[in-house]
Each structure stands twice: as structure tokens, then as C-alpha cells.
Write a protein that binds this ligand. Structure first.
Ligand code: ATP
Ligand code: MG
Length: 389
């Protein structure tokens, strides 16, 4: 039986004249995600995208799993393609959905006919197909209000399609329609979730990770790469920059009051991240901060960090609880990696009693002991990147 994947577009259909541009980007994203899985034809018609395998080597379940992680899609389903003939539709419905029909106790048929030349109206199709299913599966009864299974028949221009209940898509809007931004990624739970959330709003990501060898290890770095691969399943391919941050941290440790170390370090992170972001034409920074979670995430500390940034800094988790963040981390499959116990450059130099209410004056005074420009330039000179694809 010939199958396709039918994809329903998300809120982008509301966007008036941007609709076509969004649809074009979504189709491109789908093609790119499916490349390597076989040859598929991807095309749009009437607010639906059709993903059709071009040969027998395509595994539609693999493709569907990928499609479930592409932003801009509210719902998707595998469907079988049938000739537009009522008897064939009846038989195909029983065949194609046999397992689902055996599992269900109640069902209904919903039909849509965009080909008005088809001899039966939508209610007639539903009645005929429903009656036929009842004659084949004696345990079933019809429930139009709350069925276990809805059998859907769509009679379109070229063919008819039959499928069961569609799966929920990843939502959001297609990556690439929302500009570019740089995610500051640690090995923690929060920043991969923050990355996912902004990608969901159409933002194309560049990742920036600060490492402090030898205090942080190669394995800590590898952990971040593995986290980004999980994020990539949703956000698409991205560059990951690694900034060698050791000297900055040592200089802060050796020359500045310990209680200010974290916020001083974060101000350096912002400054360097902005420079890296500009290399990639990113227009904003993203962090995984959540208000009050740690000393560097009080309003005062955040104000001091933001004071050195000229780009907008997006903090999608700012008003969320840890439990909510963990829920999303589990959903996108980053949680188990995040809790692996590797050191992060932030934790290596954590002060015993961090100041929760730093002021900009005090921080600027501390920074006068440092060669701020020189340290930033050194970070930029030692910059490295890899592609996460
Ligand atoms: P996470 O779970 O993301 O590590 P956290 O609660 O541990 O967050 P912090 O360590 O204070 O919080 O870091 C706050 C944010 O700063 C992170 O979410 C991330 O965006 C950024 N950040 C922290 N450490 C690094 C790092 N080594 N490289 C890049 N960004 C970092
Ligand atoms: Mg962290």
C-alpha cells in the first residue's frame, strides 16, 4: 500500500503575506532533515504538506519521527494513498487501520471532499465507510462524540487519503524565519532548554561554550556537544564556538574580590559572546537564566551582567521553576546528559559567599585591576568552532 506523510501547518498559516515565505522555509527544513533518510518529494497544497517517498527504500516511520521534531508543524500523520473509488476506500480503511480498529472499542469516520466531482458527499462517504467497517469488525460501535479512534478519509484532487488520529507536531514556527541568535550553552539543564525554546520561535542558533582547561576536561566539552546534538534534532544544524576562558577566570581569581567573581565572569562572558555573535550576524544572545535560581541570577546581578551587553539578551526561562525546566529537558531528551557529573567553568571558580546585590560601580572598580580589552581579544584569538550536524 502506498503511503505518505501529511503535515498540517502551525500558526504560520495566520501570518498573511508572510505565509508563502514561511511555507518555503518549512519545506526546505523538512527536505534538509529528511536528507540521508532516502528520497522524498516534499510539496505543499491547500495548507497541507505532502511528504511522498520516491522509492521503496524509504522508511516512513523514521521520517515521521524526524518530522515530529520540526518546528512550524501542528500535526502530522502517516496516511495511505487510495484510488478515488468508494469500494477501494472502504477496503483500504479496514486494511490500513486494522491494528487501530482492533484496539479501539468505539470509532467514527470523518470525511473531507475537496474534489467536488467525487460522486459521494462527505457525510455519504463517512456513512458508507463506517458501515463497511462495522460489517468487518464486530466488536466496534460508533461514537460520534468521544470515539477511541477517528478514521479520516480525505478525497483530494488526485487521490484519496486514509489515516487515523494525527500526532501532535512540535509547534512553533519554522527555524530560519526568526533571525539568528547565539545561545550561551553550559553543560547544565537550563541552557539546552532555553536553546530549544528560542528555536521554537523560528530563531536559527549559534552556540557558544566557555571552557577553562585544564580545570574543565575534554569530557565536559564532549558533554556539551552531545547536548547540542539533541537540540539540533529540533533546531537544525548549528555552529558551536568554544571560547578558552581559563585566563579570564584566573585573572579574576587573582586580582578581584572573591565575592564578585561570578558576576565579573558573567560580564566577560557577555562581552565575548557578543563579539562571537557578531561574527555570525546574530542579533541577540540567549541564556538559560531563571530569576533567583542562584546568586548570579538575582535582579541586581542580572542588571550588572546586562549593563555590558548592547544586544538584547533573551532569557526564556526567567519566570519558570526548575521542575518545569526539567519537564522540557526530559521531553527533548537532554536531561540525562545534563545531569552527568562534569565540571563547568562556572562551578570551578564559584565563590564561597557570592554577593547577591552587586553594584555596577563596585564591579567596574574591580575590573580596573584587569586588562579587560586584552583578555577579550585573547579569547577571540583562540576561538575554535565545529559544526553540529
Ligand atoms: P545551566 O543549567 O544552563 O548550566 P545554571 O542554572 O547552572 O544553568 P549558571 O551556571 O549561573 O546557571 O549559568 C547561567 C547561564 O549562563 C546558563 O544557562 C548559560 O546560558 C550561561 N552559561 C553558564 N556557564 C556557561 C558556559 N560554560 N558556557 C557558556 N554559557 C554558560
Ligand atoms: Mg551552569
Amino acid at each position: 500500500m502506498k503511503e505518505v506523510i501529511l503535515v498540517k501547518l502551525g500558526e504560520m498559516v495566520l501570518k498573511g503575506q508572510n505565509k508563502n515565505a514561511f511555507e518555503t522555509i518549512l519545506i526546505k527544513n523538512i527536505r534538509r532533515r529528511l536528507s540521508g533518510l532516502g528520497d522524498y518529494k516534499v510539496e505543499a497544497a491547500q495548507s497541507t504538506i505532502y511528504i511522498t517517498p520516491e522509492n521503496d527504500f524509504c522508511d516512513l516511520d523514521d521520517a515521521a519521527e524526524k518530522v515530529g521534531k520540526i518546528f512550524g508543524i501542528v500535526a502530522y500523520t502517516k496516511a495511505c494513498i487510495v484510488e478515488k473509488d468508494l469500494v477501494k476506500i472502504q477496503e483500504a480503511a479496514c486494511d490500513y487501520l486494522e491494528n487501530d480498529l482492533l484496539m479501539a472499542k468505539t470509532f467514527k469516520v470523518e470525511s473531507k471532499r475537496s474534489d467536488k466531482k467525487f460522486a459521494y458527499s462527505s457525510p455519504e462517504i463517512s456513512r458508507e465507510v463506517g458501515g463497511y467497517i462495522l460489517s468487518k469488525f464486530h466488536h466496534l460501535s460508533v461514537d460520534v462524540h468521544n470515539p477511541d479512534l477517528t478514521v479520516r478519509v480525505e478525497v483530494r484532487e488526485k487521490d484519496a487519503y486514509i489515516h487515523g488520529d494525527p500526532k501532535e507536531g512540535a509547534g512553533g514556527i519554522p527555524v530560519g524565519t526568526g533571525g539568528k541568535a547565539a545561545i550561551l550553552i553550559s553543560g547544565g539543564i537550563d541552557s539546552p532548554v532555553a536553546a530549544y525554546m528560542l528555536a521554537r520561535r523560528g530563531v536559527q542558533l549559534t552556540a557558544i561554550h566557555f571552557a577553562s582547561p585544564p580545570y574543565t576536561s575534554e569530557r565536559a566539552h564532549d558533554k556539551v556537544v552531545r547536548l547540542l546534538r539533541k537540540v539540533r534534532d529540533y533546531a537544525g544544524r548549528m555552529k558551536m564556538y568554544t571560547v578558552e576562558f581559563t585566563k579570564v577566570q584566573e585573572q579574576i581569581r587573582d586580582n578581584c574580590p572573591e565575592e564578585l567573581a561570578t558576576v565579573l565572569m558573567r560580564r566577560f562572558m557577555m562581552r565575548v559572546a557578543e563579539k562571537v555573535a557578531k561574527l555570525e550576524d546574530c542579533k541577540a544572545l540567549i541564556t538559560g537564566e531563571s530569576l533567583g535560581q542562584v546568586a548570579s541570577q538575582t535582579i541586581n546581578a542580572i542588571a550588572c551582567t546586562d549593563a555590558v551587553a548592547t544586544m538584547p539578551v533573551f532569557r526564556p526561562l526567567i519566570g519558570t521553576d526548575k521542575a518545569e525546566i526539567v519537564k522540557t529537558a526530559r521531553k527533548i531528551d537532554t536531561f540525562d546528559i545534563s545531569i552527568e557529573p562534569f565540571e563547568d567553568c562556572c562551578t570551578v571558580f564559584t565563590p564561597r559567599h557570592p554577593r547577591t546585590k552587586p553594584t555596577i560601580n563596585v564591579l567596574e572598580a574591580a575590573e580596573r585591576k584587569l586588562d579587560v580589552e586584552g583578555l577579550i581579544n585573547e579569547c577571540m584569538e583562540n576561538l575554535e568552532y565545529i559544526w553540529i550536524e
